[in-house]
Ligand binder design. Structure first.
Ligand code: HEC
Ligand code: HEC
Ligand code: HEC
Ligand code: HEC
Ligand code: HEC
Length: 396
């Protein structure tokens, strides 16, 4: 029995964070351009490409805030924790008390940890060699082992992909089911659950997911369609026709993805104005990262004049250990979590304005709710922009 446990422990620690260096030839997307330029271009527009401290303001300010409120851990230690999913090709996966001591004195410039965080291997966030260098996904590991802690990597220079017969002069190829028949497994490596510094699970996307006919990639890449995977011609002078998907990973940051994402209806009742939000998607909305928000606004009119605006927000609020409003990553508990469940609906009631003869009901989405935007002092207008889902006009 004891020896079995030893084996299990050895296995778990082996996969705690495996690091395989990525060769110069493969580590940046620029190296793939000669033959996959269309894919590189699509990926560059995605938020996977922005997943880095220097690029995403929200990510940066969240890390700064967590480090400021935590006097046991340095900024770089927090960055390394987050890298597990946000920058999983990082070469250093943990820091120790010695590191904290030198970091506090700002003498950490030449340490492996600081160099790893400054390395261009991670500067592109979730790039090609994050997904296409994964060899195996270890779903037998505990639920909270995610990102680089859940995978093992291919040897540098081998690309995992959907095809069994792909031949490239630049790299080796290997087919993997998570690139083909079971792509949700790949997305769930990171988009599954996340836990705060206090050990509170503030998001649980995988458990709320209702599997059906569509996979994440059908909606957030594209349906499979005819095209080419590589522009390079083979020895017969032809580029292969293939079934491919787009690499834009369009999501919450893309306004036109929100159009019609929920189906809205409204009616007057004894309680007030009842607005029903139907969610045809297989995950809740808002979902994924905490503090996203769906806004329901009713603009009451008399003739063409606006007489009153009522609004209501579907979002999550978090409390710190000291009972104060905080950001998801420092939450001790979720005070309130409002969203429209997967393949379900939610009805909200807004007060009716008696003088009005009509109402415009607007439902929209915001990436960050007021509370967290204020706490982090986010500046970029994208965080407060209302992205339209649907608008209804109704006589009262
Ligand atoms: C010199 C050209 C060239 C370069 C550079 C190149 N590739 Fe490829 N790649 C190919 C060719 C050719 C194929 C096969 C296409 C086919 O058969 O349709 C391919 C196939 C692939 C596949 C699919 C593999 C499979 O088995 O399904 C992936 C993934 C891939 N490349 C990723 C990359 C990445 C990532 C880079 C940059 C680090 C890169 N490639 C650089 C030529 C290249
Ligand atoms: C290695 C971890 C990882 C894997 C694997 C991964 N993602 Fe992501 N994904 C992220 C992170 C981190 C972000 C947020 C980046 C940011 O905003 O800075 C993100 C962002 C996104 C977004 C943008 C969400 C928004 O609100 O705009 C979409 C869509 C998305 N991922 C879809 C997918 C799909 C589909 C898959 C599977 C094919 C996948 N991801 C695999 C980590 C991952
Ligand atoms: C978040 C994970 C993720 C990232 C990042 C990513 N890919 Fe892919 N890629 C996939 C998935 C999943 C497929 C399989 C699509 C399917 O079902 O056919 C794929 C398919 C491919 C293919 C086969 C042709 C196609 O378009 O379906 C090539 C070639 C490829 N990727 C190259 C790249 C390159 C080059 C980059 C970087 C610019 C990149 N990928 C970044 C997940 C990713
Ligand atoms: C049937 C289509 C569909 C499928 C399947 C699907 N999504 Fe979505 N998802 C949407 C739509 C529509 C939205 C809202 C608009 C947007 O953000 O693109 C959304 C939003 C998101 C967001 C942003 C959520 C928020 O509230 O900010 C993330 C992250 C995401 N999806 C990830 C995933 C992952 C991971 C999977 C697979 C486990 C998946 N989605 C499967 C349609 C889908
Ligand atoms: C378990 C994997 C995982 C870990 C660990 C993780 N994240 Fe994330 N994070 C994600 C995924 C996946 C997304 C995209 C989900 C979405 O958009 O709904 C994301 C999105 C975010 C966003 C929203 C970015 C945007 O542009 O809207 C912020 C901010 C963020 N993470 C901060 C952090 C910080 C800070 C840490 C470390 C303390 C961290 N994350 C650790 C998986 C992770």
């Amino acid at each position: 029995m004891r020896s079995i446990w030893l084996v299990v422990i050895a296995f778990l620690s082996l996969h705690a964070a495996e690091v395989v260096q990525v060769g110069e030839k493969y580590k940046s997307s620029g190296k793939c351009k000669a033959c996959h330029s269309h894919i590189v271009k699509q990926w560059e527009s995605s938020w996977h490409a922005k997943s880095h401290y220097e690029i995403d303001e929200y990510f940066q300010k969240t890390i700064d805030y967590v480090a400021r409120k935590n006097n046991r851990k340095s900024l770089n230690t927090i960055k390394i924790e987050c890298a597990v999913c946000h920058n999983p090709r990082i070469s250093v996966t943990s820091t120790n008390a010695d590191y904290e001591a030198i970091a506090a004195l700002e003498l950490d410039k030449n340490t492996a940890a600081t160099k790893a965080l400054e390395s261009d291997t991670i500067s592109e966030g979730i790039n090609c060699v994050v997904c296409h260098n994964i060899d195996q996904i270890h779903d037998n590991l505990p639920e909270d082992k995610r990102g680089m802690n859940r995978v093992s990597w291919m040897k540098s220079g081998v690309m995992s992909g959907p095809y069994t017969d792909a031949i490239s002069p630049y790299h080796k190829t290997e087919q993997r089911p998570f690139m083909d028949s079971n792509p949700n497994q790949l997305c769930f490596v990171c988009h599954a659950n996340d836990t705060s510094e206090e050990g509170h699970r503030f998001t649980d996307m995988q458990s709320e997911f209702k599997s059906g006919t569509k996979q994440c990639v059908d909606c957030h890449m594209s349906p499979r369609k005819e095209g080419i995977a590589a522009t390079l011609r083979d020895t017969n002078g032809k580029a292969h026709k293939r079934l491919i998907r787009e690499h834009g990973f369009v999501g919450g940051h893309v306004e036109n993805m929100w159009k019609g994402a929920l189906k809205i209806s409204a009616r007057k009742s004894a309680q007030g104005l009842e607005v029903t939000l139907n969610n045809p998607q297989p995950h809740a909305l808002p979902s994924g990262f905490g503090s996203r928000e769906i806004l329901v606004e009713a603009e009451y009119k008399k003739g063409s004049k606006t007489v009153k605006v009522e609004s209501l927000s579907l979002t999550s609020h978090y409390l710190s250990k000291r009972g104060k409003p905080t950001i998801p990553h420092l939450a001790d508990k979720t005070l309130e979590a409002l969203s429209v469940p997967a393949l379900g609906s939610k009805t909200v009631v807004l007060p009716i304005e008696k003088q009005a003869d009509s109402v415009v009901v607007k439902v929209s989405y915001r990436l960050v709710n007021d509370e967290v935007r204020d706490l982090l002092e986010l500046k970029n207008p994208i965080w407060s922009k209302k992205m339209a889902i649907q608008t209804l006009n109704m006589k009262l």
